[in-house]
Design a protein. Sequence first.
Length: 362
Amino acid sequence: MLAHHEESRKASLWERIEVNRLRVAALDTKSPLYEDKSGFDPSVSQDAIADTAENLGLAIQVGGRYFPLRDTAYKSLLDRAKINGTALPKLARTKLAEVLNSCLELHKDSALLLIRDEKVSAAHSGDSRDYSILEIDQLLDGLQKKMDERFSGNEFETGYSDHAITSASWKLPGQKEDLLSTYEKMLEAEGKKALAAKLMPGIRFSTSDTGVASAKVSALLMGLQYPIHIGGMVAIEHRRQSKVPDFVDALDMLFAQFGDSVARLSGLLTIHLDNPVNAMTAVCKKLAMPKKAAIEAIAMFETANGNASASAHDVFMAMQEILFNLKVSGAPESKLLSLQENMARALTLRWSDYDLAKQVSW
């Protein structure tokens, strides 16, 4: 994975240009650009042109040559034009290009374009205080070195990368005893020895250089059908002239907080709920979980638990079914990561506020 992103960095180009010099053109199957490839940069293939025509349908001129505009760049281009609105994507591509150009030419500030894999993939602010380049391979390298220093025996578990987001996770088998022993004993006391045996501490890294996502590392519990985000997250934003060493230095904070995150999860075992199905519904609603997936998970929990009481820990673990179902149904990785972060907020809720005797409507 590190080698992939190193090659990607070497093949990518960051180009700074005044916003009022940017020109957008329609790139659908009826546009002149689609028929005449001569206006494009020599690196752009017919496949890239055809793919863009079927999707976003826009191209952008950089230094006298056109590049297809990737959908990951659309939001940041609107930011450079200082416009937004749900009506814009509904416009014909020619009209949308006209609106964008009319707005772009009004602004004298600069843009920082990322050209990658034959397309413009981002159009960030050109002010280093607003956007700082944090190369993904350098972040990964710094993270691996820090983990080797602090967590010997760490094991790379899995990685994911598309044009919108990159994520990777590691298991920490050498730290299981130190980090999870108290939690495991509490689980065993509750008759959950099989669950305790499966669990493994881990961490997840995620970032994006095409969006505004921070470079993040968070604490995980692994070993079940889908990793559980338990908070303890550190994040370095791509702004205020941040550098890779800032990210590496911040990792010490996460490692120090890992035990606190496990303690919060353990604490859920001591919270008794008389109405766990209602509590699960209310908490999912509070955290804005996707309704369809949440209702399916609630129904599964109700079938398994019946009308019995339960702990907040039981409910939190049942909520993880939401993420697993979404993963199986093909939800984008960026959505899953965002939902995991949101779900981890349940660890800090006052659960008694959601233990309602009256059925919760949604």
